[in-house]
Write a new protein. Sequence first.
Length: 202
Amino acid sequence: MSLSIVISCYNKSKYIRRCLDSLASVDYDVSVIDDCSTDNSYDIVSEYQFKHERLDKNHGVSYVRNKQIDDCKSEYIMFLDGDDFLVPHQDLIESLNGGELYVAPYYLKSHNRPTKLVNQRISNRRQMSSVIVSIKALKDHNIRFNENLKNLEDLEFIFRLFKFMSPEYIDIPYYTYHKNESGKRIRNIVQLRKQLAKIRNN
């Protein structure tokens, strides 16, 4: 089995070094796409030996991740944001046995709050980086990121994963999700609800 960790980066200069440092000793394929950052994120990314590229204009995270799906040469893919980071863990590939979708617990890091472990067997607080999905399954089910959504594209994508695939749970908390307290307020929740209803009824 083979696994690619793909990172989408846009104006993450404050965090991207921590993210890339956490990947320094892993044996997985790692690649980074910078979505035309206006800060020095790409300068930092360029210091590392991982595969990387910078887009000539900002397309949005859904476009970037669809490109990463298309470019992926491994059997499995995991999406990581530039402000998230891996924690020491055993080899994830040993837990992959040919299934379509794997879900793992993760650590939740919030501003001025203790880091806590989120067990996804009993929680519906799903995060994009806590799933590992088969490239073949994505293509078989024709699942891609919705490039028309400007927020909550991760949740819409995960909803479709769970609609068409049966998840297998692995008890390896391998990454920390950084919750950005100063992030933008969600403006298109109504649009997302309509999209999820459409998916649910198909």
